[in-house]
Design a binder for this molecule. Structure first.
Ligand code: GCU
Length: 423
């Protein structure tokens, strides 16, 4: 039986009024948020209202997905025909015996070239009889940076930070450099496997006219308004990683949670929208172009992101520079595309650039589609207080103290939610 639709939460009206000047030209003042109306995810292009799960699945979901493909993330190819997996490392007593470590190269074409391949680092908890549920995500600095385990292959790719930092090759000194963001032992202790891939293996993070990374395999997806963007390439890479996980007997790929921080959180959300095999989606501080509403024009704006990172989204998205009002969708509809699967949106108090309140409103705004499925979305009458996760519904949200980062606090929230909501 389909439950009746909630009559509230249809629109958020946010009113502006005169307020103080902003330091660097970007708005961090709630009072300067412009007036806007969020499009109703349940109203179809022809103006009719979606009233059942069947209508959402059969008609409206596809429309919303098309809007995002056409106007924001661009189109992505399917699974490459020649794709193959080669396990090049297996250590059954990794992490002091806690885990089995596997490393796998995924070749995207029939020929085994480094350009068209990426390496997966996988840890599987030992002593677990059933195939393990898994968290999977891309990392910023190479697989070797997530843990100081000397058995992890040191990436030979160019490392870049995507923000004007010189490209360089990784050295042994960077082993474990990002370990605080990847509490591998915590995951193992709680019975979850972890799989990760370096983002630069999929697509280097700079504007290279889409010549490098997986884009080089798909020239026909370029030179058009809905071109295969870098965020879409990362999301596509996540699906290819899941393709491997489906073949690993020690993994239960039906219980696979994608996680991403910041720009990689944008990619995780887009992967969850494009790939319904993903059972749970975690967005950690994904901000503009991720969970945060664009129309709020708070912190990072569409113009700013398209200027600093012209490769992240498709060409058509540039039409909305300083023109968010014209967007026929907003990011609450990206949350809605995850329905009815569990999704977790997390913010950090000092991360105003990513607009924590815009992330919360987006989680709230996606909730009405969950209601259609008879599931509560985000259960919170107001913006949850700092440090108090709201995890009752199928959309979870928290804002923690501190800056733009991934911490153990965040991970504990994700693991608790996965324990409860992962199928
Ligand atoms: C920049 C960018 C954000 C992005 C972040 C990151 O701050 O403006 O959109 O999320 O980098 O990926 O760390």
């Amino acid at each position: 039986m389909t439950p009746s639709l909630p009559r509230t939460i249809l629109f958020f009206m946010i009113t502006s009024c005169a307020a103080s000047a902003v330091d660097d030209g970007f708005n961090y003042d709630e009072e300067k948020v412009p007036k806007f109306t969020l499009p109703d995810p349940l109203v179809r292009a022809d103006g009719s209202k979606v009233a059942s799960v069947d209508e959402w699945k059969g008609k409206r979901r596809g429309e919303v997905l098309e809007l995002f493909r056409d106007q924001m993330y661009g189109r992505m190819p399917g699974r490459p025909e020649g794709m193959r997996f080669k396990v090049f490392d297996e250590e059954t007593k990794a992490l002091g015996g806690k885990a089995t470590r596997r490393q796998i190269t995924v070749f995207l074409t029939k020929s085994e070239t480094a350009e068209a391949s990426f390496d997966i680092l996988l840890y599987i908890p030992n002593g677990v009889e059933e195939p393990a549920p898994v968290f999977f995500g891309l990392n910023f600095q190479g697989n070797h940076a997530i843990h100081d385990d000397p058995g992890i292959r040191l990436s030979e790719r160019w490392m870049d930070k995507g923000q004007g930092v010189e490209n360089h090759h990784a050295t042994a000194a960077s082993r474990g450099a990002a370990a605080s963001r990847w509490p591998v032992e915590m995951l193992m202790d709680r019975g979850y496997a972890l799989a990760t891939v370096y983002r630069g293996d999929i697509d280097p993070d700079y504007d290279d006219a889409f010549e490098n990374g997986v884009h080089s395999l798909y020239p026909e997806f370029q030179g058009r308004g809905d071109n295969f963007s870098t965020v879409a390439a990362w999301a596509w890479g996540l699906s290819r990683l899941l393709d491997y996980l489906e073949t690993d007997k020690r993994i239960n790929a039906k219980r696979a949670a994608v996680i991403g921080h910041s720009r990689l959180g944008k990619a995780a959300l887009w992967a969850g929208a494009e790939d319904e095999r993903i059972a749970l989606v975690v967005s950690n501080d994904s901000g503009c172009g991720g969970a945060a509403l664009s129309k709020r024009h708070f912190g990072e704006t569409v113009q700013r992101i398209n200027t600093s990172f012209p490769h992240w989204f498709c060409e058509n998205f540039k039409k909305y520079n300083e023109n968010e009002i014209a967007l026929p969708f907003d990011q609450h509809m990206l949350i809605a595309l995850q329905a009815p699967r569990p999704v977790y949106v997390a913010s950090a108090e000092e991360d105003q650039w990513a607009d924590p309140r815009g992330e919360y409103l987006s989680a709230k705004g996606g909730s009405q589609v969950y209601a259609l499925f008879g599931r509560e979305g985000l259960v919170a009458d107001a913006w949850p207080p700092v440090g108090k996760p709201a995890q009752e519904g199928w959309i979870a949200y928290h804002i923690r103290a501190g800056k733009h980062d991934v911490t153990d606090f965040d991970w504990r929230g994700y693991l608790d939610f996965a324990d409860k909501r992962m199928p």
